[in-house]
Design a protein around this ligand. Structure first.
Ligand code: DON
Length: 350
């Protein structure tokens, strides 16, 4: 009996060691350090007054511009939050990532690369010039023409079936059932003539195969999905963790497609400012005009900030600054590596 107890204790100790080991692979920082990093970023930027809420979608102009929440979720499912993490904003363009991921699940990543492309446009997210330049090719699924095309590629016999798949995908990544902000959906649906024109052009050039205005309407609804900072950080952490939600344990997408999703985010997640963003942080990220940004430190953590005032490119001012600050404090930049300590023995063959 004594002997059995001892071996059970040894097994428990071994399991605990493995958990600690995994946690330290996931993040070199202690819980206190991560907590301190997000609190320091919040304190540093809470009074910053730059930027302005999006107002081309009337309902967004009314959102409280003081909302400022920060969340980090590690790949072992530890959640850290500070500031306003209960207020929700519409996900907007961040949804483009998850609908693209859904299409990759159904048709493989080449379907995205071969249809709208995976290159930066160097143009605004709703540019019609970008469509015209190469007849709807040579762009990506993070800008509106590519994103509406992604939505059109989700299979389903009815609008309802397609929508349910898109909402379920977003909910799986967030680890809870998400809902739509109907006021934002209605407001954008009444004013999205430009996106309707973009959808018609992508149809004219053969990228959208059928029902372009329905695709635009479903895209508008996906942009109105309501999220808080923790939801976005969880979605980012799921990407950081090879597509497996670190809290629910659900594999939300094929692990092999995750690097493809991250590559498109790194190329175009912050539109024409994506290069500057990557230069500053090294993190694949995605912004939305609702004021959210999520960023992924692969194998380590997801981080997200909500703050509605935007800069000229349509990216939240405070979210960019706070994410950069937190990621730098946590060593999140995947390109920032230390030189190897020891030189390997020569491997030259005779
Ligand atoms: O299509 C639009 O214009 C909006 N529903 C989404 C745009 C957006 O979020 C751009 N992000 N920074």
């Amino acid at each position: 009996m004594k002997c059995r107890m001892a071996s059970i204790r040894a097994a428990v100790a071994m399991a605990a060691l493995m958990v600690v080991g995994l946690a330290s692979i996931a993040s070199a920082q202690t819980a206190a350090e991560i907590d301190a990093a997000i609190k320091a970023a919040h304190a540093k930027f809470v009074s910053l007054q730059e930027g302005k809420n999006a107002d081309y979608i009337p309902a967004l102009a009314k959102v409280d511009s003081k909302i400022f929440g920060i969340a980090v979720v590690t790949v072992v499912g530890r959640v850290y939050t500070t500031g306003d993490i209960t207020s929700e904003v519409s996900i907007q363009s961040i949804s483009k990532v998850f609908t693209m991921a859904r299409v990759m699940e159904e048709e493989g990543p080449d379907a995205i690369a071969n249809n709208m492309g995976v290159d930066a446009t160097g143009q605004a997210f709703n540019s019609i010039v970008a469509v015209e330049q190469y007849k709807g090719s040579e762009m990506n699924a993070m800008v509106n023409p590519g994103a509406i095309t992604s939505t059109s590629m989700v299979s389903g016999a009815t609008r309802e079936e397609i929508w349910n798949k898109i909402l379920a995908t977003h909910s799986d990544f967030a680890g809870r059932t998400l809902t739509v902000n109907q006021e934002v959906f209605k407001s954008e649906a009444e004013t999205n003539q430009r996106n309707q024109a973009i959808a018609m052009l992508m149809y004219a050039y053969g990228h959208i195969k059928a029902e372009p205005l329905r695709a635009c309407d479903i895209y508008t609804e996906q942009c109105a999905i309501s999220v808080n900072a923790k939801d976005l950080a969880m979605m980012a952490a799921t990407l950081a963790n090879g597509g497996k939600n670190p809290v629910t344990g659900k594999q939300c997408m094929n692990v092999a497609n995750v690097p493809k999703v991250l590559a498109v985010m790194a190329t175009a997640g912050l539109y024409d400012d994506s290069g500057k963003w990557l230069f500053t942080t090294g993190l694949p990220a995605k912004s939305g005009v609702g004021g959210g940004i999520l960023a992924v430190s692969p194998g380590k953590f997801g981080v997200a900030v909500i703050s509605p005032p935007l800069d000229a490119a349509g990216n939240s001012v405070k979210a960019q600054k706070a994410i950069a600050e937190v990621s730098n404090a946590l060593g999140g930049n995947p390109y920032a590596v230390k030189p190897a300590a020891a030189k390997a023995a020569p491997t030259t063959k005779k």
